[in-house]
Design a protein around this ligand. Structure first.
Ligand code: RB5
Length: 143
């Protein structure tokens, strides 16, 4: 199950992502927003991040204007590794080396074909494990 979230800046791409996931035969859960009306991206990042952490979703695709705000909010949750990506190689590496469980995209920064390529690549790329496993465990801090 893929958790989907956006603010108004990412709303159109969130709707397009649903169609893409349908094509790929992947189930999704939409945590909002539900229109292009102005909203606050942390509200949707937090709701969808909780959907991943409670096990109802496996990973997420979160979209705002830049991918930055929504990834910053998501990354405040222990166990969420949200990668804001603008090129396909970043999306691929975020899986291979970082085991990113959230792909964050910016609707105002990348065209849809690039976004769709990133989504496909991110979904199909496995985590490499090994030395990267040790490193991702060092991301969380106790302070
Ligand atoms: C909303 O105008 C915009 O600030 C938001 O979508 C995002 O880009 C924030 O990082």
């Amino acid at each position: 199950m893929i958790a989907l979230a956006s603010d108004h800046g990412g709303y159109q791409y969130k709707e397009r992502t649903k169609a893409l996931l349908d094509e790929l035969g992947l189930a999704w859960k939409d945590f909002g927003t539900d229109s292009a009306d102005s909203v606050d991206y942390p509200d949707f990042a937090h709701a969808a991040a909780r959907g991943i952490l409670d096990g109802s979703c496996d990973r997420g695709i979160f979209i705002c204007g830049t991918g930055i705000g929504i990834s910053l909010a998501a990354n405040r949750h222990r166990g969420i590794r949200a990668a804001a990506c603008q090129i396909p190689e970043a999306a691929r590496m975020s899986r291979l080396h970082n085991d990113a469980n959230v792909l964050a995209l910016g609707e105002r920064l990348v065209d849809w074909d690039t976004a769709a390529s990133m989504i496909r690549l991110w979904l199909e790329t496995p985590f490499e494990g090994g030395r990267h496993e040790r490193r991702i465990h060092k991301i969380e801090i106790e302070e």
